[in-house]
Design a protein around this ligand. Structure first.
Ligand code: G3H
Ligand code: ZN
Length: 283
């Protein structure tokens, strides 16, 4: 069933695993991720960037597609539809009105006062409708759709303030992670993560999950990271597989000939992440 992230992530925090947010782009992505979750008996978060929502037609299309798949594929595990990097209060409200069960408001590029004010407005609207809210402090590097940034570490003080002053359900403190592939090994601020962990009691989010070594994933989870976002890795596995099939079968024109193996590649990638994050058999 469709649920917010709140209970999902609090349970993950308590039992020391992380729920993956897997970004969706279309029907194949959504189908693959939901099937992986059901097979693994894992809770799952479908991440929808504003760009991806635009690409799919809009927030309503996304919600109805997800609802349709949940019904047709007989999905029984908890599923959240989450706006990824919501750019404004208005966008968050529109996603909520369309039926999203969770939103991220990302005003991390603004001064902390503004970030807090924006986030608070979203929390008031969202919580009245049982929708969970994620906020970001500091800045994730790299690029994802419209979100481009330089790495800026979250300040401890800002983290404590935004948690206490807004009532968010989960916090993404940027600590050196980047969207897209890493140049070399990622260098995550675990010392800072621990300080934040000790100062706030809510579940933490790690953005830029693609390319982070398993040891770092485990360490982040042990320090209270309960949600890990993965996007690029599924894009890479889908595209690699589709390219191989198209190279092999030059005469193919039925799109299902290459979309189905692409979908299967996403499913296998997601299953691997669920096992690595420890969310398998937690639904
Ligand atoms: O918001 C989505 C993510 O943080 C995904 O990052 O594309 O590096 O996996 P990624
Ligand atoms: Zn992100």
């Amino acid at each position: 069933p469709l649920v917010s992230m709140k209970d999902m992530l609090n349970k993950a925090l308590q039992d020391k695993y992380a729920v993956g947010q897997y970004n969706i782009n279309n029907l194949e992505w959504t189908h693959a991720i939901l099937e992986a979750a059901e097979e693994e008996k894992s809770p799952v978060i479908l991440g929808v960037s504003e760009g991806a929502a635009r690409y799919m037609g809009g927030f309503n299309t996304v919600v109805k597609m997800v609802q349709g798949l949940i019904e047709d594929l007989k999905i029984t595990v908890p599923v959240a539809i989450h706006l990824d990097h919501g750019s404004s209060v208005e966008k968050c409200k529109a996603a909520i009105d369309a039926g999203f069960t969770s939103v991220m408001i990302d005003d991390s590029h603004s001064p902390i006062e503004t970030n807090i004010a924006t986030t608070k407005e979203v929390v008031e609207y969202a919580h009245a409708k049982g929708v969970s809210v994620e906020a970001e402090v500091g800045m994730v590097g790299g690029q994802e759709d419209d979100v481009i940034g330089d790495v800026m570490y979250a300040k401890l003080d800002d983290c404590v303030r935004i948690v206490n002053e807004t009532g968010i359900d989960t916090l993404a403190p940027a600590l050196g992670s980047v969207h897209g592939p890493y140049k070399g090994e990622p260098n995550l601020g675990f010392k800072e993560m621990e300080e934040i962990r000790n100062a706030v009691s809510l579940p933490l989010v790690l953005h830029g999950g693609t390319g982070i070594p398993t040891n770092d994933i485990k360490k982040a989870i042990s320090l209270g990271t309960s949600k890990i976002n993965v996007n690029t890795e599924n894009q890479i596995s889908f595209t690699k597989t589709v390219r191989e099939v198209l190279n092999d079968k030059q005469e193919a024109y039925d799109p299902r000939v290459f979309l189905k193996p692409g979908r299967e590649a996403i499913k296998q990638t997601v299953i691997g992440k669920m096992r690595e994050f420890g969310s398998s058999n937690q639904a």
